[in-house]
Design a protein around this ligand. Structure first.
Ligand code: HEC
Length: 92
Protein backbone atom coordinates (compact mmCIF):
# COMPACT_ATOMS: atom_id res chain seq x y z
CA UNK A 1 0.00 0.00 0.00
CA UNK A 2 1.46 3.39 -0.90
CA UNK A 3 1.67 6.36 1.40
CA UNK A 4 -1.08 8.45 -0.27
CA UNK A 5 -3.64 5.69 0.06
CA UNK A 6 -2.68 5.12 3.67
CA UNK A 7 -3.02 8.82 4.47
CA UNK A 8 -6.35 9.07 2.64
CA UNK A 9 -7.71 6.15 4.60
CA UNK A 10 -6.49 7.64 7.83
CA UNK A 11 -8.19 10.96 7.00
CA UNK A 12 -11.47 9.18 6.24
CA UNK A 13 -11.23 7.25 9.46
CA UNK A 14 -10.62 10.38 11.54
CA UNK A 15 -13.32 12.46 9.82
CA UNK A 16 -15.82 9.65 10.22
CA UNK A 17 -15.41 9.58 13.98
CA UNK A 18 -17.23 12.80 14.77
CA UNK A 19 -20.34 11.74 12.88
CA UNK A 20 -20.97 8.39 14.42
CA UNK A 21 -19.48 8.55 17.85
CA UNK A 22 -20.59 5.59 19.89
CA UNK A 23 -22.20 6.14 23.23
CA UNK A 24 -19.12 4.65 24.84
CA UNK A 25 -16.89 7.25 23.21
CA UNK A 26 -19.29 10.09 23.97
CA UNK A 27 -20.13 9.21 27.57
CA UNK A 28 -17.23 7.20 28.93
CA UNK A 29 -16.05 10.01 31.22
CA UNK A 30 -19.48 11.21 32.32
CA UNK A 31 -20.29 10.66 35.98
CA UNK A 32 -22.31 7.49 36.46
CA UNK A 33 -21.99 6.15 32.92
CA UNK A 34 -19.85 3.15 33.84
CA UNK A 35 -22.19 2.29 36.71
CA UNK A 36 -25.26 2.66 34.49
CA UNK A 37 -23.66 0.42 31.89
CA UNK A 38 -22.72 -2.19 34.43
CA UNK A 39 -26.04 -2.40 36.24
CA UNK A 40 -28.65 -1.23 33.73
CA UNK A 41 -27.69 -3.34 30.76
CA UNK A 42 -27.97 -6.66 32.56
CA UNK A 43 -31.48 -7.28 31.20
CA UNK A 44 -32.06 -4.83 28.34
CA UNK A 45 -30.07 -2.27 26.39
CA UNK A 46 -29.04 0.87 28.23
CA UNK A 47 -31.98 3.31 28.21
CA UNK A 48 -31.62 7.01 27.33
CA UNK A 49 -32.19 9.80 29.83
CA UNK A 50 -34.84 11.53 27.73
CA UNK A 51 -37.21 8.61 28.30
CA UNK A 52 -38.19 10.21 31.62
CA UNK A 53 -38.11 13.67 33.17
CA UNK A 54 -35.25 14.06 35.72
CA UNK A 55 -37.61 13.82 38.70
CA UNK A 56 -38.86 10.40 37.61
CA UNK A 57 -35.51 8.60 37.47
CA UNK A 58 -35.22 7.71 41.18
CA UNK A 59 -38.52 5.81 40.92
CA UNK A 60 -37.51 4.06 37.70
CA UNK A 61 -34.23 2.94 39.28
CA UNK A 62 -36.06 1.76 42.41
CA UNK A 63 -38.43 -0.33 40.27
CA UNK A 64 -35.47 -1.82 38.40
CA UNK A 65 -33.77 -2.71 41.67
CA UNK A 66 -36.85 -4.74 42.52
CA UNK A 67 -36.30 -6.73 39.31
CA UNK A 68 -32.58 -7.09 40.07
CA UNK A 69 -33.32 -8.41 43.52
CA UNK A 70 -35.94 -10.92 42.44
CA UNK A 71 -33.78 -12.23 39.60
CA UNK A 72 -30.62 -12.21 41.76
CA UNK A 73 -28.61 -9.87 39.51
CA UNK A 74 -25.85 -7.53 40.63
CA UNK A 75 -27.28 -4.65 42.65
CA UNK A 76 -25.77 -1.14 42.87
CA UNK A 77 -24.74 0.12 46.30
CA UNK A 78 -26.02 3.51 47.48
CA UNK A 79 -23.16 5.49 45.91
CA UNK A 80 -23.52 3.65 42.62
CA UNK A 81 -27.30 4.18 42.64
CA UNK A 82 -26.85 7.95 43.10
CA UNK A 83 -24.33 8.01 40.24
CA UNK A 84 -26.72 6.10 37.96
CA UNK A 85 -29.61 8.47 38.71
CA UNK A 86 -27.37 11.49 38.07
CA UNK A 87 -26.24 10.02 34.77
CA UNK A 88 -29.79 9.52 33.46
CA UNK A 89 -31.00 12.88 34.76
CA UNK A 90 -28.26 14.57 32.74
CA UNK A 91 -28.37 12.31 29.67
CA UNK A 92 -30.40 14.48 27.31
C1 HEC B 1 -33.22 -7.60 36.41
C2 HEC B 1 -33.43 -7.10 35.06
C3 HEC B 1 -33.37 -5.59 34.86
C4 HEC B 1 -32.32 -4.76 35.15
C5 HEC B 1 -30.98 -5.11 35.74
C6 HEC B 1 -32.74 -3.42 34.76
N1 HEC B 1 -33.98 -3.47 34.20
FE1 HEC B 1 -34.97 -1.91 33.32
N2 HEC B 1 -36.46 -3.17 32.80
C7 HEC B 1 -36.60 -4.50 33.19
C8 HEC B 1 -37.89 -5.00 32.79
C9 HEC B 1 -38.40 -6.42 33.04
C10 HEC B 1 -38.55 -3.95 32.13
C11 HEC B 1 -39.97 -3.94 31.52
C12 HEC B 1 -41.03 -3.83 32.62
C13 HEC B 1 -41.15 -2.45 33.21
O1 HEC B 1 -41.11 -1.44 32.48
O2 HEC B 1 -41.31 -2.33 34.47
C14 HEC B 1 -37.62 -2.83 32.14
C15 HEC B 1 -37.88 -1.60 31.57
C16 HEC B 1 -37.10 -0.48 31.69
C17 HEC B 1 -37.41 0.82 31.14
C18 HEC B 1 -38.61 1.14 30.24
C19 HEC B 1 -39.85 1.31 31.07
C20 HEC B 1 -39.90 2.68 31.70
O3 HEC B 1 -40.35 2.79 32.85
O4 HEC B 1 -39.46 3.65 31.05
C21 HEC B 1 -36.43 1.67 31.55
C22 HEC B 1 -36.30 3.15 31.23
C23 HEC B 1 -35.50 0.90 32.36
N3 HEC B 1 -35.93 -0.40 32.41
C24 HEC B 1 -34.41 1.43 32.99
C25 HEC B 1 -33.49 0.69 33.73
C26 HEC B 1 -32.37 1.26 34.46
C27 HEC B 1 -32.06 2.73 34.58
C28 HEC B 1 -31.69 0.22 35.01
C29 HEC B 1 -30.46 0.29 35.91
C30 HEC B 1 -30.68 0.96 37.20
C31 HEC B 1 -32.38 -1.01 34.63
N4 HEC B 1 -33.46 -0.66 33.87
C32 HEC B 1 -31.98 -2.29 34.96
C33 HEC B 1 -35.64 -5.25 33.81
C34 HEC B 1 -34.42 -4.78 34.25
Amino acid sequence: MNKTITLTMLALLVSGCGKSMSRDEKDKDKPGYQEAKTFCSQCHSLPFGDQHPPAAWPDVVARMEGYMQSSKRMMPNQIQREAIITYFQNDK
